[in-house]
Ligand binder design. Structure first.
Ligand code: NAI
Ligand code: MG
Length: 502
């Protein structure tokens, strides 16, 4: 289908052409070049965006640099009040924001895009309320010494985000970075920049020019120069482990701190007492089937106790097959489409591999239909392979699509060993009524977030981030803001100074 001709759903809120935000103004790229944004559920181009590159990055960084001294001196609670007003303004536009997210990402409006827009407002509200907590400590060095710390902002932050929950992930950079007194240059993902730009438009109503700058463009061409810009004092990245390494190398070149929120291949361990409907619902939610499993937190390795293996998979089959795939804008749709052709082909490649292995058992799913309405978009079908081995590519690599592998276990220590046998360590799920087993597993699992008996998303306030190659640093919380977006200065005062004569 043509991607030059723009075709948009009836009632679309998407602009024909969206611009970048630099120094308080809405601008095109210096080169004048554009990129097209596609609606992946229809495979049609819906808007054009500037193809930002080094010159645009430099201008945005200069603007942020110029805005920093004044912004960093705004009293923190006043900065917090601005974030609270942004939260309210976003809340008033949730529906508009949600529809744009659904159109550009293919994520279903009801199950995904609307909750994302709602949580975005909540993120601004949460961090807005935290501004008064940017406090330091006093250090007890003795009666005649006053030693205290200040939490100072770092300067210009460079942030790069992916497309899977673009607006939420953007808010998780903007709100804490700005609350702490930094200024920001944020690069949106080329596949999903439109919701981020709408959020930026709302933010800009309240912020001085240059405090927040948002760029659109490709990874190497626009994200690359941002990561390498010498003025940037902090890099914060969410995306693939592969690009995370590139960002960390760029940070090493200039010795700037870096936060990385990267991939995952998270285990979900089901104990023999947990062959129950609510656990099946939790596993489905943890696997993020309703975001086509395009989530770093997805519980994509299912370790089922041997005694319940077939029974649990039977229940899972019934429930997942009841989920409706279709048009993301349709309120009855549970599951939307994959973000783009590259990711779609990548997922199909993994499914193909599973289908071609004689020792893998397809429980349900398979390759996408070749005809009918779903063949119009990048729709991948929820798929489960059973009896897989933990050392297969299917069980080791982040598929970032609705492909779940089910692996049997009989011995708890063995289940935990397999769960930990991964270079990722972002999230994990444990399912059992036995509190002792649950906590033993939770403590033994090498990952940044273990959920017991639930498969929910992150909530503001909880430090989120990875062990191993899933990342470095924590965001999402007060400590995350303090650790990731401030630096501690210690001031030590000798109070034992001789009195001046006379
Ligand atoms: P990616 O990591 O390439 O893209 C994420 C962001 O980084 C985008 O804004 C992109 O433009 C930018 N980027 C890419 N290359 C860059 C470079 N050399 N320098 C600076 N910035 C760069 O992710 P992609 O290609 O969209 O997806 C590939 C795989 O990554 C997925 O299949 C999935 O496994 C993983 N992924 C993980 C995410 C997570 O939340 N942990 C999110 C998105 C993807
Ligand atoms: Mg890439």
């Amino acid at each position: 289908m043509s991607t030059t001709e723009q075709t948009r759903p009836v009632g679309s809120r998407v602009p024909n052409h969206a611009r970048m935000l630099i120094d308080g103004a809405w601008v095109d790229s210096a080169s004048g070049a554009n990129l097209m944004v596609e609606n992946p559920a229809r495979r049609t181009a819906i808007a054009s965006i500037p193809r930002g590159a080094k010159e645009d990055v430099d201008r945005a960084v200069q603007a942020a640099h110029k805005a920093f001294p004044a912004w960093s001196k705004v009293p923190p609670r006043q900065r917090g009040r601005l974030l609270l007003r942004i939260a309210e303004a976003i809340e008033a536009r949730i529906e508009e924001l949600a529809r744009i997210i659904a159109e550009e990402t293919g994520n279903a409006l009801r199950t995904q895009a609307r909750p994302e827009a709602t949580l975005t407002a909540d993120i601004f509200r949460y961090f807005g309320g935290l501004a008064g907590e940017l406090k330091g400590e006093t250090i007890p060095l003795g009666e005649n010494v006053l030693s205290y710390t200040r939490r100072e902002p770092l300067g210009v932050v460079g942030a790069i985000i992916p497309w899977n929950a673009p607006v939420l992930l953007g808010a998780l950079k903007i709100a804490p970075a700005l609350c702490a007194g930094n200024t920001l240059v944020l690069k949106a993902a080329e596949d999903a920049p439109l919701g981020v730009l709408l959020m930026a438009e709302v933010c800009q109503e309240f912020l001085p020019p240059g405090v927040l700058n948002v760029l659109t463009g490709l990874g190497e061409e626009c994200g690359g120069p941002l990561a390498q810009n010498p003025i940037i004092q902090k890099l914060s990245f969410t995306g693939s482990t592969e690009v995370g390494k590139i960002i960390m190398r760029a940070a090493a070149e200039r010795i700037v701190p870096v936060s990385l929120e990267l991939g995952g291949k998270s285990p979900s361990i089901v104990y023999p007492d947990a062959d129950e409907d609510w656990v099946v619902d939790g596993v489905i939610s943890g696997m993020r089937f309703t975001r086509q499993s395009q989530s770093c937190t997805a519980g994509s390795r299912l370790f089922l106790h041997q005694d319940i293996f077939d029974s649990f998979l039977g229940k899972l089959t019934t429930k997942v097959q009841a989920l409706k795939l279709g048009d993301p804008l349709d309120e009855s749709t549970d599951i939307g489409s994959i973000i783009n052709e590259k990711q779609f082909r990548k997922i199909c490649g993994y499914v193909d591999e599973g289908l071609n292995r004689k020792d893998a058992r397809l429980v349900f799913g398979g390759l996408p239909p070749k005809d009918g309405p779903l063949s119009q978009g990048y729709f991948a079908i929820p798929t489960v392979f059973a009896d897989t081995s933990n050392d297969w590519r299917l069980a080791r690599e982040e598929i970032f699509g609705p492909v779940l592998v089910a692996i049997p276990w009989t011995d708890e220590a063995d289940a935990i060993r397999m769960a930990n046998d991964s270079h990722y360590g972002l999230a994990a799920y444990v399912w059992t009524h036995e509190i002792g087993s649950a906590l033993r597993a939770a403590h033994a699992i090498e990952s940044g977030w273990v959920q017991v008996n639930q498969g929910l998303g992150q909530q503001p306030g909880h430090s989120y981030g990875g062990y191993k190659q899933s990342g470095i640093g924590r965001e999402f919380s007060l400590e995350g803001m303090l650790d990731s977006f401030t630096q501690r200065k210690n001031v030590t005062v000798n109070m034992n100074v001789p009195r001046r004569a006379g």
